[in-house]
Design a protein around this ligand. Sequence first.
Ligand code: NDP
Length: 483
Amino acid sequence: MKKLNNYIGGDFINPFSDTYIENINPATGKIFSLIADSDQNDVNLAVEAAKVAFPEWSSKGAEFRSKWLLKLANYIQENIEKFAQAETEDNGKPISLSRSIDIPRAVQNLSFFATAILHDKDEAHHTSTNVLNYTLRQPLGVVGCISPWNLPLYLFTWKIAPALASGNCVIAKPSELTPYTAYLLSEACQAINFPAGVLNIVHGYGHKTGAAIVSHTDTKAISFTGGTQTGKTIASIAAPMFKKLSLELGGKNATIIFADTNLEEATQMALKAAFTNQGQICLCGSRILIEESIYEEFKIKFIEKVNQLRLGDPINENSQQGATVSKTHQEKVISYIEIAKNEGGKILTGGNKVSSNQLPERCKNGFFIQPTVIENLSAYCKTNQEEIFGAVTTLIPFKNENEAIEFANCTPYGLSASVWTQNLARAHRVASKLETGIVWINTWLLRDLRTPFGGAKQSGVGREGGYEALRFFTEEKNVCLKF
Ligand code: NDP
């Protein structure tokens, strides 16, 4: 069985513990590779390699770093099918999604930041005729990047690319549930002779490997995407060490549909927002708020579309819904459906695991859940307050604009919202009152990598994307010169 070893200092290295974690394909329930079970010793080794590589990587100019990142991007582009297959085997997501979104976006992340640094500039302030202030933005040194399992290579590269582009050396850890494309990335580095020690990939459990990266005295910043609870743990360790922290955390996003919308378009996009990637995207619209006067009409249309979703073996090009990432996560999602029922929720469709006789032979032991829609719940109940992160969405009617805003804002989260209306004044008004980092109007998940990305409230601290990310990975130094 293939062993996914750590990539440290340009070499593949066995973990010190010499033990491995089983990597399971969630669509089949079968082990298909083994992952290094790394600990503090492996992280120490990676940090030492990164420290050795840092002086040269950081002192060469932007063009040098840009060239290497573009080489890496090109390698992935040329091997896109291999990466897409690995992502689907690892995560259970439909292959069409891996081919059209996950892997192309990883290529785009690398090339975006590789070229952004070619156009960046430093600020200067001409204070008086003989005084000039200018601001240097210098790389931090060795930084840690920790990413989740839902969009594995997509989010891994979203962190690594700006960190490397701005001159840092990186210790990166993918989720232990989905390590394969990160491993392929390390193979890519070796294939193109990427400078050794600049990017180090250490596999293992979050509470062990991840925690070792966070607590290491020589990692100067931590960029983390994952659950809010993990974010709190990381902050409690990193904040007293005065590390820079970027935390992209959970969400409980509202899709808000006003009666004056184009209902067909809104229904189609609400479906996509709720169930893409089996509802396992931090930006998924897991609460659909609908103006009372069109509630029944929306409900009928929406359920019809949900029932038409093609669930099946994710490796099949026609499947629109694949497997949930793990057995544990499948159980968690199902437990929330039980909570919803106990809270008085009415299941309009779905509500169960997919039974094995409805699945192809290869997938009989896979972790599949029926796309589930629930109504008849208060906006304030547990089901509508906590992040489920699965193929479950609720329908909530609202009376007027104020109530829509109240319901949208009533959770501890504040990542994103999607507003559907043809009334431009209302669109701007509602957008300004939503307590979220991102608002989409008449669309969802339309991304421009230059825009600030991140959440308010318990959805995170800081912003990724564009210059925000490059700023995060640098230290500003103002130089005041009198001449
Ligand atoms: P987790 O918080 O469980 O894990 C995220 C990463 O952190 C994993 O690599 C994990 O490793 C690691 N980790 C876990 N514990 C620690 C620790 N104590 N110290 C350091 N690292 C640790 O999240 P999930 O992987 O379950 O991802 C789902 C969550 O991510 C959802 O809440 C979702 O909303 C959020 N998310 C947020 C996004 C955003 O941009 N705001 C985007 C995508 C997802 P391991 O897996 O090995 O435990």
